[in-house]
Design a protein around this ligand. Structure first.
Ligand code: DER
Length: 226
């Protein structure tokens, strides 16, 4: 299957949900890039929106296609946030953070009335935490102590690095640890344990946050909506 075509179809469907006057959160990653470009075309045709990006990369892309940008403090509630995901399960719970923007993504999603997730057909899975490693954002100072606590929870812990071997640094200047589990815990239990670890700023489990999931399809209907 053509995953890029699936991403584009899901993105176009989500962009069709945006109307004049909306405040729109813009997620991060390659799927949302299709949505940002399509939104830029609609803005060029007169669509009146304000957008809040969730990463420097998304901010630069949105600016390049003429989308009006605002910082979050200007808006108490966004009408709609469109974002991608690394995995999604039958309850529409997500793993996000593959691109390292999970902290800003979760903040913007939490400030939105609706969260629309756009994915290709690889992302739906029967259960989270069995394939894609779970990203967590950690303050540099706390890497050692947090890694120790995570291993005590049964996680395999890997510091995310750039191709040149230096640690990946988030827009906030933090680090990302990618977690794997031999016996994956229930997502809600794991989220609670992670949120109790000092120095662990945010994790990539987005539970109970998704309003609509749009899955791009190659055959038949363009998209499947859940
Ligand atoms: O890093 C993120 O949270 C991204 O949204 C990621 O989950 C999806 O990225 P993709 O659209 O490039 O697969």
């Amino acid at each position: 299957p053509d995953f890029e075509k699936e991403k584009e179809r899901a993105a176009l469907h989500a962009v069709g949900m945006v109307s004049d006057g909306m405040w729109v959160g813009l997620g991060s990653g390659s799927t949302i890039a299709y949505a940002v470009r399509a939104l830029g075309e609609r803005v060029a045709c007169g669509l009146d929106i304000q957008a809040v990006p969730t990463s420097r990369k998304t901010r630069e892309l949105a600016a390049s296609v003429g989308i009006p940008l605002r910082d979050l403090p200007d808006a108490t509630h966004l009408d709609l946030t469109i974002d991608g995901a690394d995995e999604c399960d039958p309850r529409l719970d997500l793993i996000k953070g593959g691109g390292g923007a999970l902290l800003h993504e979760k903040i913007v999603a939490s400030a939105s009335r609706r969260l629309v997730i756009i994915v290709d057909s690889r992302k739906p899975v029967p259960r989270l935490l069995h394939a894609f490693p779970l990203p967590v954002e950690v303050i540099p100072l706390a890497i050692g102590v947090v890694s120790f606590r995570l291993r005590a929870l049964g996680a395999g812990v890997t510091l995310r690095r750039l191709p040149d071997g230096t640690p990946f640094v988030t827009d906030e200047g933090n680090r990302i640890l990618d977690l794997t589990f031999v016996e994956p815990p229930e997502p809600t239990e794991l989220a609670r344990s992670l949120e109790a670890i000092p120095g662990l700023v945010e994790h990539g489990l987005f539970l109970g946050m998704t309003s609509t999931l749009v899955i791009g399809r190659n055959s038949g209907a363009d998209v499947e909506i859940r």
